[in-house]
Design a protein around this ligand. Structure first.
Ligand code: GUN
Ligand code: ZN
Length: 446
């Protein structure tokens, strides 16, 4: 065998189907208590039982993670890199929070060196939290996108980002124009879309901060570059929805503003969707668009409770991924995010199982981003972005998990994974691999 082959040994968990839609959700997962993962040039070559593969790959050095759970890297479907430094801003709901905290900080991203410094911190934080792919808002300045993509490219990460488009209802120093947003976005698409693992998202901030003319420009970009994404916010906060109705009196509702502009499509990802009406859920289903569910943000900004089970209905299914929405969200950890998601579902009298939550954080995110052919699970040929999770990372987790024997079955790992999704955070991430290379390894492992 060529030296480009690598082998990783441990317990493997991933999803091969959507647990929301199979009669027995255990069937949606693949669990190998003692498995061997073979990597070749950054891709997955094979995954199977250690006992069955060990002779075939006897010549390859093995990195073993005994007592650890190995999963596909987490996928964060909505986050803002310029808001990293204003996370945990006190006391306001969406519209006031934007004016008081968010806009002033985003102004700093005119300075490319500064943007690069924060982008670097941000990406390291993602990796440390086990997130290997994210759909990321930059700022209005093209140089903020340049800085972000340069740092993501250096780390060889599969990242999606774009320049914020906003030509009204924002301070002067943050406004572009319909025409300049079109020209700047176009240049960035030509330079960065499909450059290595990077992809571009046309990113009007939300209906409030774009004129109809600017949304038309977003449409034009999607027509000229049919495989770029559309990334925006939708129906997050009650006052926001009222404001959108005022600004766009001719539209039938919030989603309709985007729909009339031709922005509701398969590669469109809408953050939040807390206040959506039934007909709007239906329209998203029909268009195959995705919603990013952002639990820590929805609670922190007091925005509301996402109707996950309405989105994931069998009759009109809408694609859903999980997002941290930092800095409206309060953690980079997708585990903290599943923890809060569980509580949001509890408040609505439903249950979010560990398999459903971890599906949303991995394959569900990949499907939302139309990347399920490249990432999201351990299928042969996919890109080898994966994480090593320590279910005994803290004394409390060790105590909790010592109450049950090592998981041999899917039902047993589902139970342990639940304690992980509730108690876990960045300390749970023992290692992160990006395209088959070790990108992060936790220090001071006991
Ligand atoms: N709506 C428009 N902009 C933003 C933002 O930056 N964060 C959140 N959570 N919602 C928004
Ligand atoms: Zn957001």
């Amino acid at each position: 065998y060529s030296t480009s082959l690598k082998a990783i040994r441990g317990s493997f968990l991933d999803f091969i189907e959507d647990p929301f839609f199979v009669p027995d959700e255990l069937e949606s997962a693949r669990y190998i208590p003692d498995g061997l993962l073979i990597l070749e040039n950054g891709y997955i070559k094979e995954l199977g039982e250690y006992e069955q593969l060990k002779d075939k790959y006897a010549a390859i050095p093995i990195t073993a993670y005994p007592d650890c759970l190995i999963m596909p890297g987490f996928i964060d479907t909505h986050i803002h890199f310029p808001q990293t430094e204003m996370i945990a801003a006190y006391g306001e709901q969406l519209l006031e929070w934007l004016n008081k905290y968010t806009f002033p900080v985003e102004g700093k991203f005119k300075d490319k060196d500064y943007a690069q410094k924060i982008a670097s911190f941000f990406l390291d934080e993602l990796i440390k939290n086990g997130t290997t792919t994210a759909l990321v808002f930059a700022a209005v300045f093209p140089q903020s996108v340049e800085a972000f993509f340069a740092e993501a490219s250096r780390r060889n990460m599969r990242m999606i980002s774009g320049k914020v488009m906003m030509d009204r209802n924002a301070p002067d120093f943050l406004r572009d124009t319909a025409e300049s947003s079109y020209q700047d976005s176009k240049k960035l698409i030509q330079k960065w879309h499909k450059n290595g693992r990077l992809l571009y998202a046309v990113t009007p901030r939300f209906a409030v901060t774009s004129t109809e003319e600017q949304l038309e420009m977003a449409r034009k970009l999607l027509e000229e570059f049919p495989d770029v994404y559309l990334h925006t916010h939708l129906s997050e906060n009650v006052k926001e929805v009222e404001l959108v109705a005022q600004i766009y009196p001719e539209s039938k509702g919030y989603l309709d503003v985007y729909d009339r502009a031709g922005l509701v499509k398969e590669k469109s990802i809408f953050a939040h969707g807390l206040q959506l009406r039934d007909d709007e859920f239906q329209r998203l289903s029909e268009a195959k668009s995705a919603i990013s569910f952002c639990p820590t943000s929805n609670l922190f900004l007091g925005s509301g409770l996402f109707k996950l089970f309405q989105a994931k209905s069998i009759e009109n299914p809408v694609k859903v991924g999980l997002g941290t929405d930092v800095g409206g969200g309060t953690s980079f950890s997708m585990l903290q995010t599943t923890n809060e998601a569980y509580k949001i579902i509890q408040l609505q009298g439903e249950k979010l199982s560990s398999f459903k939550a971890l599906f949303l954080a991995t394959l569900g995110g990949a499907k939302s981003l139309c990347l399920e052919d490249k990432i999201g699970n351990f299928d042969v040929g996919k890109e080898a972005d994966f994480i090593v999770l320590d279910l005994q990372a803290t004394p409390l987790m060790a105590l909790r998990n010592s109450q049950t024997p090592p998981a041999k079955t899917k039902a047993e790992i589902a139970e342990k994974a639940f304690t992980m999704m509730i108690l876990g955070d960045d300390r749970t991430i023992r290692a992160t691999y990006i395209a088959g290379e070790l990108a992060y390894s936790k220090k001071n492992v006991n």
